[in-house]
Ligand binder design. Structure first.
Ligand SMILES: [Zn+2]
Length: 306
């Protein structure tokens, strides 16, 4: 299942324990996806799990009837949850936390526990989490600037940084930082999604580390190969112009070994010398051969200049 769908399913299954949070969460859902109709509230639900959650919250916080219907206008298996006004509730007398209060509320709840419920509702209704292999991206598509400001304000209180773009004139709040996304998943109780997200991060970090090592190793090999090529050129030049036998025996030995083992590392060449030489001792001899070749090149170009 895609991350976005998994997260929505998961958040739909979280029903807070406290009544204050249940109210706050239902209010937030209603303010985003509900519309008043003949003294009832019709709330759109993206799938069966969301419909079940709205039903459960409605039953817990309201004494009015709650019904779930398939949305007749939707071809994608959406549902409409119908919340009836509780019997005896007056039109004006609705208090805070009553979804039948003044219109469709957008205010952010005051208590910390309820704020989490609010964030969960907003992410569930409007959030979309990209599969992390496509990049860390969580976005929340809202209808009004007030909704976007409310969400950003609350997330900021939890130290979560957000950005804002407009798509077709409507605000889209987005998060790009993996730590911020993980924090939102933690806050809202999306623990399964959080685990999957963190697993991916760890895997990605390991993969990056391995790639860095492989790249560094490849760069070292490349350097060693091109150094060996230059050494072979130098040694062949010396052999042609003055002969390896004219060299001091310690240099001649290393030169012959390099010709016989073009792919060997300096350390490997050192092991072929009797008695064995350290890498830096071999390197020292190679430098002397290189200096000698440079000298030969200079004097031959001076000759041809005359
Ligand atoms: Zn609460």
């Amino acid at each position: 299942m895609a991350f976005a769908a998994r997260l929505r399913e998961e958040l739909a299954r979280v029903v807070p324990q406290r009544r204050c949070c249940q109210q706050a969460e239902l209010m937030a859902i209603v303010s985003l996806d509900g519309r008043p109709a003949d003294g009832r509230l019709m709330v759109q639900a993206a799938n069966a799990a969301v419909a079940r959650k709205i039903y459960t919250l409605g039953k817990r916080v309201s004494s009015g009837g709650v019904r779930v219907n398939r949305d007749p206008r939707s071809r994608r298996g959406r549902y409409l949850v119908e919340l009836e006004r509780p019997a005896g509730a007056s039109e004006e007398g609705a208090g805070e936390g009553d979804p039948f209060g003044d219109g469709l509320p957008t205010s952010v709840p005051r208590r910390d526990c309820c704020r989490r419920a609010y964030v969960r509702a907003v992410i569930m209704s409007r959030g979309s989490l990209a599969d992390p292999e496509k990049g860390y991206h969580l976005e929340v598509a809202l209808d009004t600037d007030a909704q976007a400001n409310d969400l950003r304000g609350v997330l900021e209180q939890y130290g979560v940084r957000t950005g804002l773009v407009r798509r077709k004139g409507k605000p889209v709040v987005y998060l790009k930082d993996a730590d911020d996304i993980a924090e939102v998943l933690r806050l809202t109780g999306g623990h399964g999604s959080l685990l999957a997200f963190e697993d991916f991060r760890v895997l990605k970090e390991m993969r990056n580390q391995i790639n860095r090592l492989v790249n560094a190793e490849a760069a070292n090999v490349e350097k060693a190969v091109s150094a060996a090529m230059r050494q072979l050129d130098d040694i062949r030049l010396i052999a042609e112009q003055v002969g390896l036998s004219s060299l001091p025996p310690s240099l001649a030995e290393v030169a012959r070994l390099r010709l016989e083992h073009p792919d060997a590392t300096l350390a490997d060449l050192g092991q072929l010398v009797r008695p064995p030489l350290t890498k830096s001792a071999v390197n020292h001899r190679m430098r002397r051969l290189t200096a000698l070749a440079a000298q030969l090149r200079r004097s031959s170009s001076a000759d041809s200049g005359n």
